[in-house]
Design a protein around this ligand. Sequence first.
Ligand code: MSP
Length: 470
Amino acid sequence: MKESYITTAIPYVNGNPHLGHAMDYLLADTLRRYMMSMGYNVRLQAGTDEHGSKIFKKAAELGIPTQEFVDQNAKKFQDFIHSLGAEYTDFVRTTDADHERRCQAIWTKLSDHIYKDSYEGWYCEGCESFVTDKEYEDNSGVCPDHKKPYTKLSEENYYLRISDFKENIRKAIESDELKITPTFRKKEFLNLLKDMPDVSISRPKEQVEWGVAVPGDEAQVMYVWIDALANYITVLGYPDKDISDSWPAHTQVVGKDILRFHAGIWPAMLMGLGLPLPHNLLAHGFITVNGEKMSKSIGNVVDPQEILAKHGLTPFRYYFLRHASTTDDSDFTWDKYEASYNELANDLGNLIQRLATLCKKNDVTVDYKFVEPAFDHDFRARMDKYEFNFAFDILWEEIGKLNKHIDAEKPWALAKTDPEKAKKVLADTVVRLLTVNDYLKLFLPDTAEQISDIFTGTIEPPATPLFPKN
Ligand code: MSP
């Protein structure tokens, strides 16, 4: 069987899962279902990024031992992924003993490209990263993501010599050997790469004690990004096991803010290890709320559990996979969410209800076999470009056509004048619906299963509508 590996970014566990984290999982899960529908055996990794000073400090603030704190939060992320109807095959925690040991082996393998130096520069504690003087100036000394002033930090650290790989990284990205989607982010990153300095990959232990020890240097721990990025291969068993069945990944899904680490440091690490680069990096946009970045200080953070609790999973997946763009920022408001729910109820919910009711009344049964529909080509073209929301639009157009078809054919009237024709119209419509449903299951698996149950064998309309009106 053909193997395919998809990865998701591993979130920091200093807080609860939030709405933004959902995008990684929904997109990766949709791609997983798409690849599976094409006969691939898909491995999907998820995990948690559990080291670093932010997590250490948060646990201390709460008065909980750090390990206990990360244990609790890792569990919340696993539950969160399941609550989104997403499935992973592998879950990695960066505090796993296997991960830590493998990370140290990776460090040792990279030692030809690592050197020690002292550095003074502007640092953002939120990003756990230094910024260039230019970024410092452009942002007027305040991190735009964390709204906190940068601090001057001087440290003796280990560095990964990015310059050893820069030219090859540039070539790989330019030629799409490592394909970055969307293209505007590829361009943005290629610009950034030009001035990308060597990166610091360790911290003095007295600064950050919650981390993986640097092999052969008691005084230093690995900087979270090296430890975090390594997860994509340590989870497969690297370097203890041959990972060539799964690696290189088909697609690595990340948010736009962390593309630079995945397109810069990560390829450098892989090249240093003599491993191939992933085929695709998908950088998705951010979810904003009422047009603003979600932030605790603004007080506009929406809890995904609250949204899920409102109408259940399908409306959640429908909103974030159809009305949120795969590649650009997308906004959430409760008004838009309600409008999207009503659309789901009116377009799909009503179609199912009235079609099943008419079928039952007229004793229609259907022998359904998948036949490739005309929209398949356009649908795949969108999916292959990671334009999942546009692919979803194509299915919605088909659903609209089915509603119009019933309105135009009026099978309830036909049943009185030409019952055979009425039956045929209804059966054909069911076949068309089941065909759309075979695609819908990539986005709305639970509802697709219900639809297939309703229209297989004796057709029975659901006792309560799938999407009841409020
Ligand atoms: N720990 C790092 C990732 C390491 S991957 C080797 C990290 N964690 S995070 O918790 O800050 O972010 C996890 C994922 O959620 C990232 O892909 C990030 O881009 C995404 N998002 C965080 N906030 C988001 C939104 N508001 N909207 C969409 N995605 C967002 O970065």
